[in-house]
Design a protein around this ligand. Structure first.
Ligand SMILES: C[S@@+](CC[C@H](N)C(=O)[O-])C[C@H]1O[C@@H](n2cnc3c(N)ncnc32)[C@H](O)[C@@H]1O
Length: 367
């Protein structure tokens, strides 16, 4: 496809404006927030860049074409004529997923059969467990073909082998850091760091490391892939930074995991992890005030809620009394727990979706 086409960057509900801000900052001109993500027009290079560079993205879909359709017969015919070979290889199987909405073609299984027939007619193998996914949306009688160019969801950077009970997804951690005004120019402390997601993301941002620098993507198995051009996009050198990042947790196993994750991400020279309860937390010596970013346990996911009120109370006391000059961001599902901290949070009504739970970010100004 030599003409620019629509590229859709998906994020969980609520994160669209933050994703759009990241994309505009990174030069994805025309990035427009819509329900469930951000869309822009581009070429395959834009698809590769979006996968490699965007910290907030969940997936990148390439809208490879579509047509109006009013019957299964028409879908059959137009699918057989579609130029599949421009995007797909004849030796790499594809899986088809269909959603039908407000359309004359409403039977999803029947639609899958017709589209699979079209693919096979063009010599593209179809398998139900294939890694390459063709997502088809038939809405208001328009059939849109999109290829999932990411493969594994993009929060899987490839470094976090070890996780605890309720790890934050890396892309959401990056978006929450952005929402707190973090731009890679200050230190970040996470007193309940679990697998270390916030300090590791913050260090990577400060060092200018691309989130997709080591992992593989579905787009590498598409006919449009040009390995040399894509490799050239990865050439940026890490930025030098004197900033340090800190993660603590009362669970020593979590700290061991976090250290391993930081080593694999090659940020361990900049990140200190230590086994410590929040009640012993002190601002790191010799570090200018920056951002305290916390995702404490919340009852809906981990354990029972009642003891958590005391934990949030201790967290608030420690931060108010010892962290003058720092800002605080707390990600939790529970407004009551956030209030129990007694921290002076700014008003905010935004909610976000994380693993089926509605969560919120509570932020303070400088304490
Ligand atoms: C929701 S998890 C944090 C997950 C983390 N953001 C990640 O991405 O892996 C909450 C963490 O708080 C830790 N925690 C609970 N009570 C604590 C306390 N009193 N002091 C320090 N850490 C505590 C738990 O061990 C757990 O790892």
């Amino acid at each position: 496809m030599s003409k620019p086409f629509d590229i859709f960057v998906s994020v969980p509900p609520g994160f669209e404006p933050l994703m759009q801000a990241e994309m505009l900052e990174r030069g994805f001109t025309g990035a427009t927030a819509i329900a469930g993500g951000v869309t822009f027009k581009g070429h395959w290079k834009g698809v590769w860049r979006a996968n490699l560079e965007l910290r907030g993205a969940s997936r990148v879909l390439a809208r490879i074409g579509g047509f109006r359709v009013f019957s299964l017969g028409q879908l059959d015919h137009l699918s057989c004529e579609f130029p599949w070979a421009e995007t797909l290889f004849s030796d790499i199987p594809v899986r088809v997923e269909v959603t039908c909405l407000k359309s004359k073609v409403y039977h999803e299984k029947a639609a899958i059969e017709r589209i699979e027939k079209g693919l096979r007619t063009s010599g593209i193998p179809v398998e139900s467990d294939a890694d390459i996914v063709l997502k088809v949306r038939i809405e208001n009688d328009y059939c849109q073909f999109s290829i999932d160019t990411s493969g594994d969801a993009l929060h899987k950077r490839g470094f976090k082998e070890a996780t605890g009970k309720a790890p934050m997804r890396e892309n959401l951690a990056a978006l929450f850091l952005r929402a707190c005004g973090y731009d890679g120019n200050e230190s970040v402390v996470d007193p309940m760091c679990g697998s270390g997601t916030f300090p590791i993301e913050a260090a990577e941002i400060a060092m200018g490391l691309a989130p997709g620098r080591e992992r593989n993507f579905a787009f590498q198995h598409l006919a449009s892939f040009k390995p040399d051009m894509c490799e050239a996009l990865k050439q940026a050198e890490p930025r030098q930074t004197d900033l340090r990042f800190y993660g603590y947790d009362r669970d020593s196993g979590a700290i061991e995991n976090a250290k391993g994750n930081a080593e694999r991400a090659e940020v361990s020279d900049h990140v200190t992890f230590a086994h410590q309860s929040i009640s012993d937390l002190q601002p790191p010596e010799g570090t200018k005030p920056g951002l305290v970013m916390i995702n404490p346990p919340y009852g809906a996911r981990v354990g029972n809620k009642r003891p958590l009120f005391a934990l949030y109370g201790t967290m608030g006391e420690v931060l108010k009394s010892r962290f003058k000059g720092w800002r605080v961001g707390v990600v939790t599902s529970d407004t009551g727990l956030a209030k129990a901290s007694g921290l002076p949070f700014k008003p905010s009504k935004e909610t976000y979706s994380h693993g089926g739970i509605r969560i919120r970010l509570f932020q303070t100004d400088v304490l």
